[in-house]
Write a protein that binds this ligand. Structure first.
Ligand SMILES: Nc1nc2c(ncn2[C@@H]2O[C@H](COP(=O)(O)OP(=O)(O)OP(=O)(O)O)[C@@H](O)[C@H]2O)c(=O)[nH]1
Ligand SMILES: [Mg+2]
Length: 308
């Protein structure tokens, strides 16, 4: 219980900028108001439209709330705030859920993708640490061979997390790294392989081709893999995150999303738009730079942290 309390407190702190951007502004609208007028509704609409939730999703929320007001189900600001909280929670809960399963007798292969700087490598380090804590044997594959620094960064994370690492020289074909990593993982009984990939190559087409090739190599080495292709998105990029997701999904297909950097940004509302528009499970959120700052995404806790 103590631990859960500390856990929640930290989440709340880390989401404080998003909280003041959404709930803080709503509270200022409600302050001293006794009833809900058209003016109040307009002001709420303004907050939702400028909070990175996304225009369509914001419209949906405000339409539902307006309808409840016109049906006289809502008459005071406190209940209206509760209704907004519920609307947001309902959207967040509408995301498909997913359990991360370790296939029997072979490693779980996870490929981490995303544009440069979103937090792929850091997230892999945090995730590997989580898996280690769960008693799993984890291998990281340094398949971002575009920059030497990227390989070095992943090896530091591997050490921190207590995971093994497969790396080759800068400029090596990433597929060759993956090929070796899967071999080792199969032969040495690893539970999971997490593949780090580049975020930027000379062209977007190059990058997508490279990612497709990595996927093919996985499938040849371990049929059915990569079992998971997760897209890392940076919350500070707001609505841009949604277009990145659409692009990656149509090019290579993704089956999970990790939203990073929710700490230190007021744009955390974007998660509502992501869930509403993409229908891809949001698995984890990043709320800081340290190894323990990756959390499973839990809609109830998230909304509670925003509204309490
Ligand atoms: N505040 C905060 N910073 C984060 C979080 N996740 C990652 N970062 C920071 O974001 C920066 C970029 O992270 P990387 O993990 O290097 O990103 P990447 O996607 O691997 O980048 P490339 O390899 O260049 O494509 C680093 O300074 C990280 O510490 C987070 O949840 N919160
Ligand atoms: Mg990286």
């Amino acid at each position: 219980m103590e631990e859960k309390k500390g856990f929640f407190k930290k989440l709340k702190e880390r989401l404080s900028k998003t909280r003041s951007n959404i709930v803080g502004r709503l509270d200022r609208i409600f302050f001293g108001k006794k009833e809900i007028t058209e003016e109040v509704l307009d002001e709420i609409e303004e907050v939702l439209f400028t909070s990175d939730i996304g225009v369509e999703t914001a419209q949906k929320i405000i339409d539902n709330v307006r309808e409840k007001v016109s049906r006289k189900e809502l008459n005071d600001p406190e209940r209206l705030k509760e209704a907004l909280k519920e609307e947001i929670l309902n959207i967040l809960k509408s995301a498909p859920e997913k359990e991360i399963l370790y296939p029997k007798g072979k490693p779980l292969v996870i490929m981490m993708v995303g544009v440069n700087g979103v937090g792929k490598t850091t997230t892999i380090g945090k995730l590997a640490y989580k898996m280690k804590e769960d008693g799993k044997k984890v291998l990281l594959a340094a398949a971002d061979t575009f920059r030497a620094a990227a390989i070095e960064q992943l090896s530091i994370w591997a050490e921190r997390a207590g995971a093994a690492l497969v790396k080759k020289e800068e400029g090596t074909d990433p597929s060759a790294v993956v090929f070796d990593a899967l071999d080792i993982a199969k032969n040495k009984g690893y539970d999971a392989v997490i593949i780090d990939t580049a975020g930027r190559l000379h062209t977007k087409k190059n990058l997508m081709d490279e990612l497709k090739k990595i996927k093919r190599v996985c499938g040849k080495k371990i049929p059915g893999s990569p079992h998971e292709t997760w897209l890392v998105l940076d919350a500070t990029t707001g609505q841009n995150a949604i277009s990145q997701a659409e692009m990656f999904n149509s090019s290579i297909g993704i089956n999970g999303i990790i939203l990073t950097k929710l700490d230190g940004t007021a744009k955390g509302g974007v998660i509502v738009g992501i869930v509403d528009k993409l229908h891809i499970p949001v698995l984890f959120i990043g709320i800081g730079e340290s190894i323990e700052d990756l959390r499973p995404f839990e809609p109830e806790w998230f909304v509670k942290a925003l509204f309490e």
